[in-house]
Design a protein around this ligand. Sequence first.
Ligand SMILES: Nc1nc2c(ncn2[C@@H]2O[C@H](COP(=O)(O)OP(=O)(O)OP(=O)(O)O)[C@@H](O)[C@H]2O)c(=O)[nH]1
Ligand SMILES: Nc1nc2c(ncn2[C@@H]2O[C@H](COP(=O)(O)OP(=O)(O)OP(=O)(O)O)[C@@H](O)[C@H]2O)c(=O)[nH]1
Ligand SMILES: [Mg+2]
Ligand SMILES: [Mg+2]
Lengths: 286, 279
Amino acid sequence: SLAQSLRGTLKKIANASNIDKDVIKDVVRDIQRALLQADLNVKLVLSITKEVERRALEEKPPAGMSSREHVIRIIYDQLVKILGEPRDVGLKKHVIMMIGLYGQGKTTTTAKMAKYFQKRGLKVGVIAADVHRPAAFDQLKQLGDRINVPVYGFPKAKDSVAVVKKGMEQYADFDIVIIDTSGRHSLEEDLIKEMEDIAKVAKPDERFLVIDAAVGQQAGPQAQAFHDAVKVTGVIITKLDGTAKAGGALSAVAVTNAPVTFIGTGEHIEDLEKLDPPRFISRLLG
Amino acid sequence: KKITQDKLEDIMFDLEMALLESDVAQGVVERIKNYIIKELEGAKVKRSSELEDVIEGALKKAIRQVLDIKSIDLIDSIRASEKPYVVMFVGVNGTGKTTAIGRIAHRLQREGISCVLAAGDTFRAGAIEQLTKHAENLGLKIIKHSAGADPAAVAYDAIEHAKARKKDVVLLDTAGRMQTNINLMDEMKKIRRIARPNLIVFVGDALAGNDAVIQASEFDKAVGVDGAILTKIDADAKGGAALSIAYTIGKPILYVGTGQGYEDLEPFDANWMIERLFE
Ligand SMILES: Nc1nc2c(ncn2[C@@H]2O[C@H](COP(=O)(O)OP(=O)(O)OP(=O)(O)O)[C@@H](O)[C@H]2O)c(=O)[nH]1
Ligand SMILES: Nc1nc2c(ncn2[C@@H]2O[C@H](COP(=O)(O)OP(=O)(O)OP(=O)(O)O)[C@@H](O)[C@H]2O)c(=O)[nH]1
Ligand SMILES: [Mg+2]
Ligand SMILES: [Mg+2]
């Protein structure tokens, strides 16, 4: 954990009668290692440590705080700033589009969110726009039936945009429409185009990037590609019930500048929560 | 002239960052660094430009050492074993287990090996239907019970069917599960007890960062992993997770998943991995 790895090198600061560049260099490197171990993107790690280096040299630790605690505080502040405030999704009429890499939890989270809005008295409709994955429609239909939310789509569908067009007409007078799309990644030009076409037809108010807490260095670059294509308005971090530090997900927030709207903490419909920034950052720093 | 300690530290640090950026886990990076430092102590370097080459050479050797685990040829192993040969697929949620089964089945079919699919994920919505689609696409028999049934019972049924119909291989799908969920890890142990698989394959996501190590190690501790499949390499993932997983469980990476199709499964090749890490 960051706290553990800093223990050794920050002793050097305490023992050094004046802060010299070499000691700071050691500390910074240890911080870089720890943040990378938490899966933060390399570029983000470098920008964080630049800031830490600057403040550690310019500031004196506040009274009663050791230089080690001071450095951890500086890092903590940086991470909180990057994560930003979680955003509440308003209980008003709107269209939400779910996007992301393969297997992140888009379909499961679509059902969780549908239940979330329905419980709050809104009329929810789901569009099964994944026409690629075997039995994708079955998966979403079963989830929808379980929570009594209609799912528009059909098993043999081949044209995702056509399904979305028809679905939007079907749910014209609904409060919330959630569009579940297929997994895709930045190198699949045809699928990136499909995502852009769906967005053009549906004109969603929200485009939520769903990202698995375990994703590593690809989180940042992939999030950037999704953002360049359809402008991400919110991030959902899933599988936080595991052990992953979710530094990758934090990197995705950093490049999209989109707040975290929900987090997934399990496989069941009710396992949808709001992000708690201090808890998230403490978990990341170990 | 002697390379200064500082210069060496700088080079080693850059190397460390490059490996971490490729999703190679911390523990593996440490081991690689120590190996290289040992190699350098023996080497005579005339100028610092040579140092870079010596380090690159040592790095390739180190990675090769990590990956140099006795590989398993699945086809040979099946042919040499008493039938039915049972392969159990395990891993955390969404890594590509079900898809991998379809691809392995396709490979085996091409070799004239008969397969039965076992729908051991009785929990997730659409899981049985998903594997059934693969069975239909490949013209294979699938053994399934209703949703919510006992996965161990499905496994047992599939094996009995394979015995009765003289089928060579049973490919057993299981539900994704977090290694932090004790009940699900116990369920997996029970499935293993009943199915007594010849091979337990851990399916890991190449997109995963350092958590790949924890996942692989916990699954290995729980049921003993014989080999791994690393999926989604095509999503531009460097695949450093391959080193992390192989190093952690001391077992080979059998295949890598490179896309959506039945053909998109390649036998793992250490040279290919090293080239990839170095691009
Ligand atoms: N433990 C846990 N599992 C989750 C969570 N969210 C989703 N899952 C599981 O992750 C797996 C993948 O979820 P899906 O909803 O199918 O993912 P997806 O993004 O729709 O996948 P594709 O459509 O194939 O790209 C399933 O086994 C889900 O049950 C979570 O928060 N915690
Ligand atoms: N690009 C790419 N996608 C893959 C690969 N392997 C699997 N996928 C996709 O990843 C998603 C999840 O695959 P599944 O086979 O359902 O994963 P799983 O491990 O069985 O998931 P759970 O049973 O829910 O835990 C699907 O959309 C697959 O098409 C791969 O090698 N490359
Ligand atoms: Mg899906
Ligand atoms: Mg599956």
